[in-house]
Design a protein around this ligand. Structure first.
Ligand SMILES: C[S@@+](CC[C@H](N)C(=O)[O-])C[C@H]1O[C@@H](n2cnc3c(N)ncnc32)[C@H](O)[C@@H]1O
Length: 472
């Protein structure tokens, strides 16, 4: 455990190891497009940082990355040149310092000194003066005071205010507001309620999610996970929550693949496809966009309860390998095909149920990936659109008349959800959108249908979207 106590305030010659690890992880994420979770876990392992130090390091990394757009707005007021002209290393050091000063209970004096020492060791003595001066300026106001200084007034520009106060890019907030506004149940919610919902959603995005487990049916059950210390989740019959966190791999059912880690929303959409009514033959299920295979594993386990067999398709070999590994514990003749879901190698109408969990912006899972919100752009949404439409069209062609397709995204952006479904169905007279709400038994606040949008602030799940389409 490194010593961060007030008595240790004197400038240190050696940088604090935990802050150094956090800084280097942030650098890798911002400088090399790394993923925070993977990079941090590896660094904690390699540097043998554990226990309370690991928790402190995680907060430094996740918090700094999650709030970096907000801190940049404060830093822009505190540095005499444009932030774009600062070395990226220096900018990350300042962001890391700002996070300790504004959102962690680190003593200001200690935070500034630790960051000066770290700057000296990471980028050289000549930069430490600037870090000292800027962080002292940052420390002169608390978070609310900085927001009041820098953000527009909420009554004049609510979205501009929320972008700073809740650390989300404005275009993302606009997309959320559109999706929430569209889904206001009849009679339409007053604008004020939509605004409150947007704010609640942004707050939910800023809280790391609890670890949710899935007990794959036939192999494990929720009672086994409860015995291992989890508690029953609200709606999915397969879900249990590790309330206190901890390593799920220590649970035997998870270690052996009989259970796994999976958001309850992901479980609910996969289960919805599995329980949709299908008359007649129900033997062939297809997961058209399978990697890494979380939903494939749940679907294959449910398929085993009847007579069905799952085929999982994934174009990227390394992701197909993850699907195989997720399916390893599931008995049966389920198979993984490496291929492009838009170019089926199977006959038209071959399948009875098809999941099209298409590549998307991931704006519904921002809780899990602290860096993601700053990396995505509106162009990503536009660029993904043709692939999403092609995959949905292919899914419809792959299902037999009377069979069902679940179009799923982990994004609530209307450009990836309803607009895609509407565009594809406009040219498919052989496909009909059905009310999917009854496939989510007991789940409240599903809106007006016929499609379903889950929300972090309402359901505590990722913002999963599902449209159920039946081929006629
Ligand atoms: C949202 S992820 C699927 C998540 C998965 N269903 C799960 O629950 O683990 C989308 C997947 O689609 C894959 N993909 C991308 N292009 C594809 C294509 N043309 N055909 C099929 N899958 C594709 C991506 O590589 C990615 O693994």
């Amino acid at each position: 455990m490194s010593d961060r106590s007030p008595r240790n305030r004197a400038p240190q010659r050696r940088p604090d190891k935990v802050r150094q690890v956090a800084y280097r992880v942030i650098r890798q994420v911002n400088g090399e497009d790394g993923y925070a979770n993977l990079t941090l876990n590896k660094a904690l392992r390699d540097q043998r940082v554990g226990g309370r130090d690991a928790a402190f390091c995680t907060e430094l990394v996740h918090g700094t990355l999650r709030w970096q757009g907000t801190y940049d707005a404060f830093l822009a007021r505190s540095v005499s040149r444009p932030l774009a002209d600062l070395d990226p290393e220096l900018l990350d050091l300042l962001r890391l310092g700002a996070h300790q000063l504004l959102r962690m209970r680190v003593d200001s004096y200690a935070a500034v000194n630790e960051m000066v020492t770290l700057t000296r060791s990471e980028v050289g003595q000549s930069r430490s003066g600037l870090v000292n001066a800027v962080l002292r300026k940052i420390s002169q106001r608390n978070l609310d005071q900085w927001i009041a200084t820098v953000a527009p007034k909420p009554e004049e520009d609510l979205l501009g205010y929320l972008a700073i106060a809740k650390a989300h890019p404005r275009w993302v907030i606009e997309a959320f507001a559109d999706a929430l506004g569209e889904r206001a149940s009849a009679p339409a919610l007053p604008a004020e309620s939509v605004e409150q919902a947007v704010e609640d959603l942004l707050d939910a995005d800023n809280e790391p999610p609890k670890v949710t487990l899935v007990a794959r049916p036939g192999l494990s059950d929720v009672d086994e996970l409860i015995e291992a210390g989890a508690s029953r989740a609200r709606w999915s019959p397969y879900a249990a929550v590790l309330q206190g966190g901890g390593d799920p791999g220590r649970i035997q059912a998870v270690a052996t693949g009989r259970a796994g880690v999976q958001d309850e929303g992901s479980q609910l959409v996969a289960t919805a496809l599995a329980i949709a009514k299908v008359d007649g033959k129900d033997a062939r299920w297809l997961d058209l966009c399978a990697g890494p295979g979380g939903k494939s594993a749940l679907l294959a386990a449910i398929a085993n309860q009847g007579e069905a067999v799952l085929t999982a398709v994934e174009p990227l070999e390394h992701r197909a390998q993850l699907v195989r590994s997720n399916l390893r514990a599931i008995p049966g003749d389920h198979q993984v095909l490496v291929g492009d879901g838009t170019k089926p190698t199977w006959p038209s109408g071959w399948y009875d149920r098809v999941l099209a969990d298409v590549p998307c912006s991931g704006l519904g899972a921002l809780r899990r990936r602290p860096e993601a919100r700053w990396r995505r752009t509106p162009e990503d949404v536009d660029e993904l659109r043709p692939l999403q439409e092609a995959l949905l069209a292919s899914a419809i062609t792959s299902v037999r008349p009377g069979g069902v397709v679940a179009y799923v995204t982990c994004s609530p952006h209307p450009g990836e959800t309803r607009e895609v479904v509407e565009a594809v169905l406009a040219s498919r007279p052989d496909a009909v959108l059905e009310d999917a709400r009854e496939l989510f038994p007991g789940v409240p606040s599903l809106g007006d249908g016929p499609d379903v949008q889950l929300w972090p602030h309402v359901h505590g799940t990722d913002a999963m979207y599902l449209a159920l389409i039946r081929r006629s």
